[in-house]
Design a protein around this ligand. Structure first.
Ligand code: AMP
Length: 399
């Protein structure tokens, strides 16, 4: 059975076609520069590729090109779109409305669009893509939406509320939502399986570290707290995002630089983080290259990242009253031994010890990197959000 997984942004549409018999990706790609000009890059599992400039005035033309590319020409993988059983869409913000994967209807699309206020960069684009997809695909192809926020709907009010007047929670829904839920859910389940334990019996701190990063306390398979908040800006320092910052520093800087709310949002989301502090790059690899060249601001950036992750692991072990395992995932978590080593050093007081030599060899593979006498296990667990979206979609349509 084939499932198409779609991750739509405001100007892009990433996709993977997954064969659920064996869970293999048979083709993937990206329709880019939607609304600007348009380009598709497409790759099949057997190495055929297509790179082409096209006109994508809207998401509809991008979907039409996607259909054409999958079914015709040198990089086709199917004869007819009827071979695709369902489509699964990644949606960033489900707020308090969606706590689980849901079948797409016109009402669901409208609701996702209404939530755009809470995720201005993403939700409207998702709604546009969902409407375009409904136009291009036959009406009998079921579509499902999988929300980044859904896994965090188990976080209790004492953890998701901010210390602001309650009426603004009621009126404007200002609270912590948390993101990367699909990734945290996927890696937690994969870890429990690798440990041979029932997820209901373990306490996990899941560190998803990439361009965007979040850390989640997973107790008994449920998210009970997470580092991102109302938006994906909160938590630890990221590629270009500041992470947590005293709100008074924000109002102070807005006055000093004479910034509008949009200017400030751009400053905190696009100009801060690794890029802002190091003045070198938003990319972890380039930070380490600069460190090896003796760049002190790059060193400071790396130190901040490791310190902030360590603090979250400690505080989440405290709220769970224990810790069975730490997960490292995402581009940095899966690949950067330096970050993992820096986080896990001097943590033996809370039962964390890693095998530093083994850690240096692990990249992008499921592997335990803690020593046999480490009380809490430490694992590298590759994430696969697309696969979880496909699995959720399959489970929903099989009901
Ligand atoms: P993601 O957003 O999950 O794709 O992660 C992107 C981040 O992972 C960037 O900061 C990259 O520098 C980092 N990254 C990817 N590969 C490596 C690697 N081999 N070593 C260190 N960092 C890496």
């Amino acid at each position: 059975m084939l499932i198409l997984v779609v991750n739509a942004g405001s100007s892009s549409l990433k996709y993977q076609l997954i064969d659920m018999d064996g869970e293999k990706v048979i083709a993937k790609g990206n329709c880019d520069r939607i609304g600007i000009d348009g380009h598709i890059s497409h790759k099949t599992a057997d190495g055929r590729t297509l790179d082409q400039d096209c006109a994508f005035p809207t998401h509809t033309e991008a979907f039409e090109k996607l259909v054409e590319t999958l079914t015709t020409g040198d990089a086709a993988v199917i004869k007819d779109m009827s071979e695709i059983s369902a489509v699964g869409h990644r949606i960033v913000q489900g707020a308090e409305v969606f706590s689980q994967t849901t079948l797409v209807t016109d009402e669901v699309i409208d609701k996702i669009d209404e939530l755009a206020d809470l995720a201005p960069v993403h939700n409207h684009a998702h709604a546009l893509a969902l409407r375009a997809c409904k136009k291009v695909f036959a009406a009998d192809v079921p579509q499902a939406v999988v929300f980044d926020t859904a896994f965090h709907q188990t976080i209790p009010p004492k953890a998701y509320m901010y210390g602001i007047p309650y009426e603004d929670y009621e009126k404007y829904h200002v609270r912590k939502y948390g993101f990367h839920g699909t990734s945290h859910r996927f890696v937690s389940a994969a870890l429990a399986q690798a440990m041979g334990k029932d997820i209901k019996d373990i306490k996990i701190v899941s560190c998803h570290l990439g361009n965007g990063s979040s850390i989640t306390a997973v107790e008994g398979g449920k998210s009970i707290d997470t580092s991102m908040g109302f938006t994906p800006l909160d938590g630890i320092i990221m590629g270009t995002r500041s992470g947590s910052i005293d709100a008074s520093a924000v109002t102070f800087l807005a006055k000093k630089h004479n910034m509008t709310p949009d200017d400030m949002s751009n400053y905190l989301n696009k100009k801060s983080g690794f890029l802002g502090v190091s003045e070198v790059s938003s990319d972890n690899r380039e930070i380490y290259t600069a460190i090896h060249e003796g760049n002190e601001k790059a060193q400071l950036t790396a130190d901040m990242l490791r310190y902030e992750i360590k603090k979250f692991i400690g505080s989440y072990a405290a709220i769970m009253n224990g810790l069975d395992a730490v997960i490292f995932t995402g581009g940095i978590g899966e690949n950067s031994w330096e970050v993992r080593e820096g986080v896990c050093s001097n943590m033996d007081f809370m039962g964390i010890k890693i095998d530093t030599e083994l850690n240096k060899t692990v990249r992008g593979e499921l592997k335990k990197i803690s020593t046999p006498d480490s009380k809490a296990e430490v694992w590298v667990v590759p994430t696969n959000e697309e696969l979880l979206i496909a699995r959720d979609t399959l489970a929903l349509i099989s009901k």
